[in-house]
Design a protein around this ligand. Sequence first.
Ligand code: FES
Ligand code: FES
Length: 156
Amino acid sequence: MPEATTLKVNGVRHTVCAEPDTPLLYILRNDLKLKGAKFGCGVGLCGSCMVLIDGHNVMSCDTPLWAAAGKSITTIEGLGSLAAPHALQRAFITEQAAQCGYCLSGVIMSAAALLERNPDPSESDIKQALARNLCRCGTHTRIIKAVQRAAGELRK
Ligand code: FES
Ligand code: FES
């Protein structure tokens, strides 16, 4: 049965009415019109739906609404804006680390969680942190360079 649930997304409180086991991804995209997190596989295998919940990168297709209630959720829209992009967003543009771009909001959210806990990650740390994010276009080399660039910029 649908229930009213309050979520805090990108610093803003929203109350939605939905079944408690609705995937968070559906709420973000369909109810809140935040289209940055992407539907890839829908079963927790590709990482394109990754968001931060209380600073941890989480697959939103695999997170029921009830589990996100009352927590702080950050989507790619909350990381930076066109006017003031996050260092990761700038670095991905500089390194041209995209082909189709479908995977990238998920990749960037995982990278953001990594840089929060480890400001100076090794290449191996980056690969490990992004292991759950699949990129079918194969831009992995540029993705790693972009994360290293952003890390360097954030350490300045
Ligand atoms: S859409 Fe969530 S992991 Fe693939
Ligand atoms: S850039 Fe196309 S899936 Fe990653």
